[in-house]
Design a protein around this ligand. Structure first.
Ligand SMILES: Nc1ncnc2c1ncn2[C@@H]1O[C@H](COP(=O)(O)OP(=O)(O)OP(=O)(O)O)[C@@H](O)[C@H]1O
Length: 327
């Protein structure tokens, strides 16, 4: 599922932040975030609710003033140059709102006026987008009557009306079925191939796995960064899959061991993350008294969820390698 890296010019950084921080009273929503995102790539912010994804995007788009740190986007300094940036980016917010009592075409037309597109160019662009996003047959339908997948396609069409160099998508596929999600990602890769850089937030692992690179965020901090393949390679744990009777009790025992980062049940198996300090995790497991009843133990390839679990929560290292405890 992982896509090959596709930067058109890996040397060109379109988003650069240093020490980017936002506090709301005593709460630190984004904590000293350093980012370097290359042109023509899809970068994902992966993290649980409340980890600071939206706050970070709002600072990158110039909508929110940072409490500290530097932000440069498409060579412009935020929030100072926010007005100039506005015409070069697209932003599909988490709760993007369409005008339900306007037709699909009217929504696009309205957005084209917001962007100040000239009429003739706007009409041609709207027809092009209706076609690209399979909305031509729905053009005269009230947008309030659309399905989740159709609404999302219209949201994306609105966000790319002005042919942005950079597209921000905040949890764009939360409300759509897996097939619509797949189609949506194909459309993102088309945009990417045409030169658009995309920053997308998600808490879906399968979605993060499609990105060229991801940052794993927790409590406003970047816990890890890299391509999904690199992150799996660098992971500080090995993965065992274990099957046998009474997996609930076994899980409880295993999670109390200092060598075990996590144990989670998947149907009839336990997926156990064992620290890499154990050189031979299968032999180590077989030597445990608790393993007597276990029928099968096998070392398996890590997935992105394993990476996520390894890099978040109590005792996860922060991006500088310092172990931190969840407050
Ligand atoms: N305007 C605000 N005032 C006070 N606290 C805020 C404000 N905006 C965000 N926060 C807090 O900052 C933290 C990060 O919020 P943010 O919305 O950026 O997270 P998120 O990762 O986008 O979460 P979600 O997936 O739920 O959208 C949260 O604890 C949130 O309550």
């Amino acid at each position: 599922m992982t896509r090959a890296p596709g930067p058109t010019d890996a040397a060109e950084t379109v988003i650069r932040t240093r020490g980017l921080t936002k506090t709301f009273g005593p709460k630190t929503a984004v904590d000293r975030l350093d980012l370097d995102i290359a042109r023509g790539t899809i970068h994902g912010f992966l993290g649980p609710n409340g980890c600071g994804k939206t706050t970070a995007i709002r600072m990158l788009t110039g909508l929110l003033t940072p409490s500290a740190g530097e932000v440069e986007v498409l060579g412009l300094t935020m929030p100072r140059d926010a007005e100039a940036l506005k015409y070069r980016i697209g932003y599909m917010t988490q709760s993007f709102s369409l005008y339900g009592d306007m037709t699909v075409r009217e929504n696009l037309d309205f957005m084209s006026r917001v962007f100040g597109l000239k009429r003739k160019a706007a009409l041609a662009r709207i027809d092009e987008l209706l076609e690209t996003y399979h909305l031509t047959d729905l053009a005269d339908q009230m947008s309030g009557k659309m399905s989740g997948g159709q609404r999302q396609r219209l949201g994306l069409a609105c966000a790319v009306l002005n042919k942005p160099d950079l597209l921000f998508l905040d949890e764009p596929t939360s409300a759509v079925d897996p097939e619509s999600r797949r189609d949506f990602w194909e459309q993102l890769f088309d945009l990417c191939e045409a030169g658009t850089t995309i920053l997308v937030t998600t808490h879906f692992m399968d979605e993060a796995e499609r990105c060229h690179s991801i940052s794993i965020l927790e409590l406003g901090k970047k816990r890890a960064e890299g391509s999904p393949a690199e992150l799996m390679e660098r992971m500080g744990t090995n993965v065992l899959e274990v099957s046998g009777p009474d997996l609930r009790t076994l899980r409880k025992t295993l999670t109390a061991l200092p060598e075990v980062r996590s144990a989670a049940q998947l149907g009839t198996r336990l997926r156990v993350l064992v620290t890499k300090q154990i050189a031979d995790p299968e032999a180590w497991f077989r030597a445990l008294p608790e393993s007597q009843s276990v029928q099968q133990v096998a070392r398996v390839r890590p997935n992105l969820e394993d990476v996520f679990v390894t890099n978040t929560g109590v005792s996860a290292p922060d991006a500088t390698g310092t172990p931190e405890a969840r407050p």
